[in-house]
Design a protein around this ligand. Sequence first.
Ligand SMILES: Nc1ncnc2c1ncn2[C@@H]1O[C@H](COP(=O)(O)OP(=O)(O)OP(=O)(O)O)[C@@H](O)[C@H]1O
Length: 256
Amino acid sequence: MIRFEGVGKIYPNGYQGLIDINLEIQDGEFVGIIGTSGAGKSTLVRTINGLNDVTSGNLVVNGTDVAKLKGKELRKFRRKVGMIFQSYNLVPRITVLKNVLTAVVPEMSFFKVLFGIFSKEDKIKALEALDRMGILDKAYVRADQLSGGQQQRVSLARTLAQDSDIILADEPVSALDPVTAKEVMDDLKRINEELGRTILINIHHVELALAYASRIIAIKKGKIVYDGPSSEVTQKVLDEVYRKEEDSDPSTSEEN
Ligand SMILES: Nc1ncnc2c1ncn2[C@@H]1O[C@H](COP(=O)(O)OP(=O)(O)OP(=O)(O)O)[C@@H](O)[C@H]1O
């Protein structure tokens, strides 16, 4: 479970990225986070695995107080919270299999990875994850030879191989064409339903968010402005979430 209690995040330059966030996300939920550019979606997602520290309140993930983690403990914790990014974040010049293996044995030195010194069990685990994502045939291909959609599947295979209970996805389909984007969303849904992993996806495409996530959290200027079932997100809610500052200023409205 993920619990935010009055969480705030102030960036070093004084900017308030998150303001008084209160949330409870249960195991196995599929949550879409929406909002305008700069609203704080990434900030919110990245606090969950400690990529962003919180500056006030409490954030508890699977019973761990994230703010208290440092060094080795923080690295260990991050393994339980997988993350995929818009830019895939794979090591381009090594094979797909080695990319996944770096997640299975993260403490391994880069030289061991380079020379392929892995146990049979680790290799089987990585190959199984690739198989589940339907890209086993690409195991021995260099990561940079794959299409965007295939690379995102490798990223997902990495999170599976590292047994993370929670998968954070920061704009995972923004760089993909609509058909491939839908395929990656289907993969996320399958992982959620078949393996019960909690998914939090920060996404610009509202239609995709509504179609795939069962719960929507909308952020505006660092605050939660909607949190509820995706089936209850009305046009009025979306108008409020995406309304620009100047539109809400009565002095500039046409009626005045
Ligand atoms: N390191 C930083 N220092 C100062 N301000 C930052 C930093 N990172 C983000 N911000 C600011 O915090 C706000 C929220 O940023 P964030 O990246 O979370 O937004 P977002 O909703 O994910 O936007 P986008 O959809 O464009 O990625 C923005 O105004 C951004 O400029």
